[in-house]
Design a protein around this ligand. Structure first.
Ligand code: TXA
Ligand code: MG
Length: 339
């Protein structure tokens, strides 16, 4: 059931979470499926309803920096403390930080790792819900495992509607791509997943960072890296996929052209690929604004996926700023057709 984010419904959602239920809620990145991170039975429900592998750890959400010590254990680690201080400026926001975990935090949430990914989301409904809860909330994206992440409440309902207790509707997610995940476990910080905060901004704050599970120049080159599960648990290569085969424009197969093809392009001034008589086209931003493209990308892929097309073709963009995360998600979504 989709519910408006009134004060009463936020209280109701918090009560469901307190009682061990699971609730979908909006964040600025994508919708999350939340459970009380201190309740193993509740956390178990998340893995079950999503069909999520147990080895894929969850991100823990808190509403304020002061609560970081509830989930992480950083007080005696000078270097981690220094780096966390440099990243504080990005919170609340689309950045998850991997830190040594507080031993009291459930091993189920972290899939047995001794680290935890934490973030403070930048969304009024999410923050109000977290404040009302008081406890940390573990929340993966609120989609069936390996499907495209939800950026509208209706996407959550389409994937999980009959399996979850409550969906808070916060409208469309403003960022529209998942958070960037950065690990501070090693001396050199490492990006495990590109996302809402670009690499360039993180390097401005921290100095040089490694990019694991991605390549600084080219998402396609990162395929092999991404498929090593231990480097970035859960970042399995084939991810974010619609049911309809998807290709990035330059990778259109030149054998046997399919009949019904949809095109997602990024700007009114894009030079459109001419290979097909498109059955359907969607432009994500009149002016080609890359943040607008990011915010509408997943919804447009989901909408095209409902049309029963043979192929979805998506434009490509420069792999800088948020464009790096866009190309990462498109490369993963198109994995099945890549050689
Ligand atoms: O934007 C987001 O991050 C959204 C919203 C809801 O906050 N959440 C999200 O969660 O995208 P999920 O489960 O779809 O992706 C979480 C990823 C996992 O796949 C895993 O790779 C990584 O976070 N992760 C979590 N804990 C980790 C840890 N301790 N070490 C390394 N990676 C971790
Ligand atoms: Mg996910």
């Amino acid at each position: 059931m989709i519910s408006k984010p009134t004060a009463e419904n936020i209280k109701k959602a918090a009560a469901i979470l307190r009682d061990g239920g699971i609730v979908a809620f909006p964040t600025e990145t994508v919708y999350g499926l939340g459970a009380n991170a201190q309740n193993d039975q509740a956390v178990q429900k998340i893995f079950k309803v999503k069909g999520r592998p147990r080895l894929n750890p969850l991100i823990v959400h808190i509403d304020s920096f002061e609560k970081l010590n509830q989930v992480a254990n950083i007080h005696d680690n000078k270097q981690v403390l220094e780096n966390v201080a440099k990243l504080k400026q990005f919170w609340p926001g689309p950045l998850s930080v991997v830190l040594p975990k507080n031993p009291s935090l459930s091993n189920l949430v972290t899939a047995g790792l001794d680290s935890v990914a934490v973030r403070i989301p930048n969304h009024q409904v999410a923050l109000a819900l977290l404040r009302e809860c008081g406890f940390p909330v573990a929340a993966p994206s609120a989609n069936i495992s390996s499907h495209v992440s939800p950026t509208l409440a209706s996407h959550v309902e389409d994937d999980l509607g009959d399996k979850i207790d409550f969906i808070l509707d916060g409208g469309p997610c403003s960022v529209g791509l998942e958070s960037t995940i950065i690990s501070l476990l090693d001396t050199k910080p490492a990006i495990l997943r590109t996302g809402g905060i670009p690499l360039e901004k993180l390097e401005q704050a921290l100095g040089e960072v490694d990019l694991i599970g991605g390549n600084k120049n080219n998402a396609a080159d990162a395929k092999e890296e991404i498929s090593k599960p231990l480097l970035a648990p859960g970042m399995l290569f084939h991810h974010y996929a619609p049911k309809t085969p998807l290709v990035i424009h330059c990778d259109i197969p030149n054998t046997k052209l399919p009949r019904r093809v949809g095109l997602i392009y990024f700007s009114e001034t894009s030079t459109l690929p001419k290979e097909f008589d498109y059955s359907n086209t969607t432009c994500l931003s009149l002016s080609g604004d890359i943040d607008e493209v990011a915010s509408r990308l997943f919804a447009s892929i989901r909408a095209m996926d409902r049309l029963g097309l043979d192929l979805i073709v998506v434009e490509r963009c420069a792999e800088t700023g948020i464009g790096r995360a866009i190309m990462d998600r498109l490369t993963r979504a198109s994995a099945s057709l890549m050689p």
